[in-house]
Write a protein that binds this ligand. Structure first.
Ligand code: AMP
Length: 222
């Protein structure tokens, strides 16, 4: 898709952990030619760099809690100011609280978000999915026990080591699901009230879900 001839594409992707948000977000961003901005990936990169900030973030993430709104706003404003984000972006994992939603709206302006997509998957389904999830520790590519890389456990994309995330333990998963219900569901509802939300059933064939998401965005924007 020609970036110079199309309107900007500014998308949000919501979904409980394990709803397939990461996979679908990567595909959509590629389809619409915009950067895939995952705040979870940004925080994990800081953890790998071993900075003081990264160490603090790791403790919060491993406990299944959220990094503060103030810190996240700083991270996301810096990222959205990068040249590759001029003609749109897809945010994966941000906003995570009502405050972050309002901060984002203030940053982009009232017309600055085109569509928020919510991948709907029941809680018992995601618990099962998360416990079998495996992720490349270098590039973040997603695998699972059922769908491993071609050569276990080496990433097909970059050759990195594919492991289980430290925050995918059962205790942290339960904590994160509770956090999602308490903190993130209100911001999803807020976008719905503003007519900016489209909900998609996140259970089923991955490619069909991708196609449904692409149609929703295309119908809305083009
Ligand atoms: P994710 O990869 O999106 O599941 O994010 C992993 C973890 O990073 C979350 O459980 C949070 O601890 C932290 N995190 C990611 N995005 C945010 C955000 N927008 N606000 C606060 N914490 C976040």
């Amino acid at each position: 898709m020609e970036s110079t001839t199309r309107p900007p594409v500014r998308l949000l992707v919501f979904g409980r952990q394990g709803a397939g948000k990461g996979t679908q977000a990567v595909r959509l961003a590629e389809q619409f030619g915009v950067p895939h901005i995952s705040t979870g990936d940004m925080l994990r990169a800081a953890v790998r760099e071993g900075t003081e900030f990264g160490q603090r973030a790791k403790e919060i993430m491993d406990a299944g809690h959220l990094v503060s709104d103030e810190v996240m706003l700083g991270l996301i404003s810096e990222r959205l100011a990068q040249p590759d984000a001029v003609n749109g972006w897809l945010l994966d994992g941000f906003p995570r609280t009502l405050q972050q939603g309002k901060d984002l709206m203030a940053l982009t302006g009232a017309d600055g978000i085109d569509l928020a997509l919510d991948l709907d998957v029941a809680e018992d389904v995601v618990v099962e999915r998360i416990s079998s999830r495996r992720v490349c520790s270098s590039c973040g590519a997603n695998y699972s026990v059922q769908v491993p890389p071609t050569s276990p456990w080496t990433c097909d994309v970059c050759g990195g080591e594919v492991t289980q995330r430290d925050d995918d333990t059962e205790q942290a998963v339960r904590e994160r699901l509770a956090t999602y219900l308490l903190q993130t569901v209100p911001v999803v509802k807020w976008f719905e009230e503003q007519g900016l939300l489209a909900t998609v059933d996140g259970v089923g064939d991955r490619d069909e879900i991708t196609n449904e998401l692409i149609s929703l965005v295309t119908n809305r924007l083009f």
